[in-house]
Design a protein. Structure first.
Length: 195
C-alpha cells in the first residue's frame, strides 16, 4: 500500500481552495458572505455569547467584518488575534472598532496592544475559526502555520468554522495536532459536529 504524505495532500488542497476563492466573482463572494453572516447571527450560541473571538478576514477568506460590527453593536466584547513574532502562537485583544488595528505579521490587520486590553480568559465565549476548507466532522484546512490549532487546544468555549459550501469536503486529511470545531456554517447549512 502506498504511503500518503499528509503535508503534500494538504498543500494540494490548499492550492485548490485558494484558487477557487481567488476566482470567485466579487458579487458572488459578497452574496455568500452575507448569507454566512445571517447564519452566524441566527445561532443561539452567537446570540447568547458575551465574548466573540473573531479573526479579521483577508480578501481570500470568508468576510467577518459584518459579524464583528454586529457583535460590537449588540454590546458583545470582541477579541481579535495578534500573531507573536517569536513563535506560532497568538494572543487575542479586545477591540471596540477597526481603528484599533494596524498591519502586522503576514500583512494581517492586528490589534495594537497599546490601544487594546489583552484577553486572558478562554474558558467561554464563541470563537469564529478561519479555514480554507472544513469537513463534515469539523476538521479544518488552514493556511499551514498551526496558529489556530494551538489556540483551540486551550479554548473552552464554542468554536464555529465558517466556510463556503464549495470548499467543504466529506473528510480532510488530518494530523495528531489538528482540532475540530463544534459547528460548521456555510451559506447553505449549519452542521453541529462536537457540541
Amino acid at each position: 500500500m502506498p504511503v500518503i504524505n499528509l503535508q503534500e495532500r494538504k498543500r494540494g488542497l490548499r492550492a485548490r481552495f485558494k484558487r477557487y476563492r481567488a476566482e470567485c466573482p466579487p458579487a458572488l463572494k459578497q452574496l455568500l458572505d452575507q448569507q454566512l453572516f445571517e447564519r452566524v447571527r441566527a445561532l443561539g450560541e452567537y446570540r447568547d455569547a458575551d465574548i466573540l473571538f473573531a479573526y479579521i478576514s483577508q480578501p481570500i477568506e470568508c468576510d467577518t467584518s459584518a459579524i464583528i460590527k454586529d457583535a460590537l453593536k449588540k454590546g458583545k466584547r470582541v477579541a481579535v488575534p495578534r500573531c507573536r513574532a517569536d513563535s506560532h502562537e497568538m494572543d487575542f485583544y479586545f477591540i471596540q472598532s477597526y481603528d484599533e488595528l494596524s498591519t502586522g505579521k503576514y500583512g494581517l490587520l492586528e490589534p495594537v496592544p497599546q490601544l487594546s486590553k489583552k484577553a486572558t480568559d478562554f474558558s467561554h465565549g464563541l470563537c469564529l475559526v478561519p479555514g480554507l476548507s472544513f469537513d463534515l466532522q469539523g476538521y479544518r484546512l488552514g493556511f499551514g502555520k498551526g496558529y489556530y490549532d494551538r489556540f483551540l487546544s486551550r479554548f473552552g468555549g464554542v468554536t464555529v468554522g465558517i466556510c463556503y459550501s464549495k470548499c467543504m469536503l466529506g473528510e480532510l486529511p488530518r494530523g495528531a495536532y489538528d482540532r475540530a470545531v463544534d459547528i460548521v456554517i456555510t451559506e447553505k447549512f449549519c452542521s453541529r459536529t462536537g457540541c
